[in-house]
Ligand binder design. Structure first.
Ligand code: MSP
Length: 477
């Protein structure tokens, strides 16, 4: 059986998730479910990046020890993911013993092979990004993604990884799609950034921190801890070592992430893997950001949307559908409650909801002899090549669009055929066709709105006696 390993970034638990983190995780869940339905053996991994200056600072603010702080947040993050029916197979935490062991092993290998050395470095650091910055990365001395107080100047003696030895090779590999970054604009951005890096002196990168105690100690020098990004990236590989029966899953089939994490996943991570002699991930899919009402989402702007707000208003499946429909596939996408409400009412409450309730009422108590093999998920994906292709290219907003077209077609079919005006065999033929279309829609919705598809659609229309389904999505007023 084919294996499929999909990951999300591991998020900083300095706070609870917002819709950005939720989006990436829901997208990955939908793709994971799609592959499971195609009978593949899927390993879907998400989790938390618990070490480093940013999380340690948040713990101090909360007046807690960092471990206690992240333990509490880890419960909250997992609660959100359960509410959204995320089907991750494991929930990774970088403070786990197993991860520390794998990271120590990998770093020791690089050290023993002379790929890591000690040097002093002075530079600008953004705590929000947990990243050293060049002047060019800043706008008026500020990080474009974080508050000004997140920028600090640091001078430290660190261990350095010989990154410069891999940059030319990685550039070639990106150009030739041996490191496959999609969509194209995100690939181009990485080529441009490597060119700048090389032009700026092709520097090596720090892989340890002298002044951050909340981290994994460097195995041969416990005065230093591992730079948080280095051990975070290693989670993808260490997961295949730590959990049972996962050793066959490396390399990952796809890493899902947002654009701010592109450089680390598409350039730094491959450099470490090349140095370690390990295979590279097969695909890196980089989406844009959700902006809220035209503005970048941020605490200081007070426009952060939490998954809870969405779940309260649209339910779990409604939230999943709306996030998928608004996926910032290539560019950033602007979302608002107004937009979500409108989409929810038009496509879920009216389009899908009306179809199901209209047909449900007409076929109540009946049953049609339907050949379900034609309606199994794999066959339906073959029958709908636009959906198949959209999944292959991770264009999930297009998957929703295509399914919505099928729903609209089915509603038009009913309005055209008016089975409520027909009698006898003529009526039954139309209704059987309508039920078949609904089963097709239910199957295709399984990855996106799993509960609604399973219980409220397929549960009713594949039973031996149809009943009127309960309301799928209550109209918002
Ligand atoms: N801990 C690192 C990732 C390490 S992965 C080895 C990190 N964490 S984070 O908490 O800042 O999460 C970043 C990720 O959150 C992005 O890659 C993206 O998946 C998601 N998003 C954060 N803000 C977002 C938006 N405004 N819109 C969409 N997704 C965004 O960086």
């Amino acid at each position: 059986m084919a294996k499929f390993y999909i990951t999300t970034p591991i998020y900083y638990p300095n706070d609870v998730p917002h819709i950005g983190h939720t989006g990436t995780t829901v997208f990955a869940d939908i793709v994971a479910r799609h592959h499971r339905l195609l009978s593949e053996e899927v390993f879907f991994l998400t989790g938390l990046d618990e070490h480093g200056q940013k999380v340690a600072g948040a713990a101090v603010k909360a007046g807690q020890e960092p471990q206690e702080f992240v333990d509490e947040l880890a419960v909250k993050w997992q609660d959100y993911w359960k509410k959204l029916d995320l089907s991750n197979d494991e929930f990774f935490r970088t403070t786990s013993k197993g991860h520390k062991e794998v990271v120590s092993e990998l770093l020791t290998k690089l050290w023993n092979e002379g790929k890591i050395y000690k040097a002093t470095y002075k530079g600008i650091y953004c705590v929000g990004c947990e990243e050293f910055k060049a002047e060019r990365d800043l706008i008026d001395g500020k990080c474009p993604e974080h508050r000004p107080d997140q920028i600090v100047t640091q001078e430290e003696t660190n261990y350095f990884f010989k990154f410069s030895e891999y940059t030319h090779q990685i550039r070639e590999m990106i150009v030739n799609d041996q490191i496959k970054i999609s969509p194209q604009n995100k690939k181009n951005e990485m080529i441009a950034k490597i060119d700048e890096w090389i032009k700026d002196g092709n520097k090596d990168i720090s892989c340890s921190r002298q002044t951050v105690s909340w981290g994994i100690p460097i195995p041969w020098d416990t005065e230093q801890t591992t730079y948080v990004w280095v051990e975070a990236l290693m989670n993808y590989y260490s997961a295949t070592k730590i959990y049972q029966n996962r050793s066959e899953y490396w390399p990952a089939d796809v890493h899902f992430l947002g654009k701010g994490n592109n450089w680390f996943h598409s350039v730094i991570w491959p450099a470490f893997l090349l140095a370690l002699g390990l295979p590279l991930p097969k695909n890196i899919y980089v989406h844009g950001y959700y902006n809220v009402e035209g503005k970048k989402m941020g605490k200081s702007l007070g426009n952060v949307i939490s998954p809870q707000q969405l779940i309260d208003r649209y339910g779990s499946d409604g939230t999943r559908y709306l996030l998928c429909a608004s996926m910032p596939y290539k560019e950033d996408s602007d979302v608002s409650f107004e937009w979500f409400d409108q989409k929810y009412n038009a496509e879920l409450a009216n389009g899908l909801g009306n179809l199901i309730s209209r047909v449900g009422k007409l076929v109540e108590g009946k049953n049609y002899d339907i050949d379900f093999t034609k309606f199994n998920y794999s066959n339906l994906i073959e029958k709908n090549p636009e959906i198949k292709k959209a999944y292959e290219e991770y264009r999930l907003q297009d998957v929703v669009k295509e399914i919505n077209k099928i729903v609209n077609d089915a509603n038009e079919f009913l309005s055209r055929e008016t089975p409520w005006k027909k009698e006898g065999e003529e009526k039954e033929t139309v209704l059987k066709e309508a039920v078949q279309r609904i089963i097709e829609i239910g199957e295709l919705l399984l990855p996106i709105t799993p509960n609604t598809a399973n219980q409220k659609i397929l549960g009713v229309f594949t039973s031996t006696k149809y009943s009127v389904p309960e309301i799928l999505f209550k109209r918002l007023v």
